[in-house]
Ligand binder design. Structure first.
Ligand code: FES
Length: 106
């Protein structure tokens, strides 16, 4: 199972395993990573699963599609690497992915 390393807003590192096909958001919820709220349940409507893909991974993860892009406009403190984690399905090529959790509580 591929690994995801979440860095929460307090800088705490959570090294987890997330099964292929599950989203990066689902992995955070299943592993009790704080800060990923996912209020809409993964339907790309709320932006409370916002995270920053670590610089080293941005190219491999790829850019948001048009629908995600419009929901990302709702996100607080958008930066380079901003993605909605519910829109990133895990796959073997993302093994070791590092995601910094955004301050979704505002
Ligand atoms: S969980 Fe709502 S946009 Fe990702």
């Amino acid at each position: 199972m591929p690994k995801v390393i979440y860095i929460d807003v307090d800088g705490e590192r959570h090294e987890t395993e997330v099964s292929n096909g599950s989203s990066v958001m689902e992995g955070a919820i299943a592993n009790g990573v704080e800060g990923i709220l996912a209020i809409c349940g993964g339907s790309c409507a709320c932006s409370t699963c916002h995270g920053y893909i670590d610089d080293a991974w941005i190219d491999r993860v790829g850019p948001p599609n048009e629908i995600e892009e419009s929901t990302l406009e709702l996100a607080l403190d958008r930066r380079t690497g901003s993605r909605l984690t519910c829109q990133i399905p895990m796959r073997d090529e993302l093994d070791g992915l590092v995601v910094h959790v955004a301050d979704n509580d505002g």
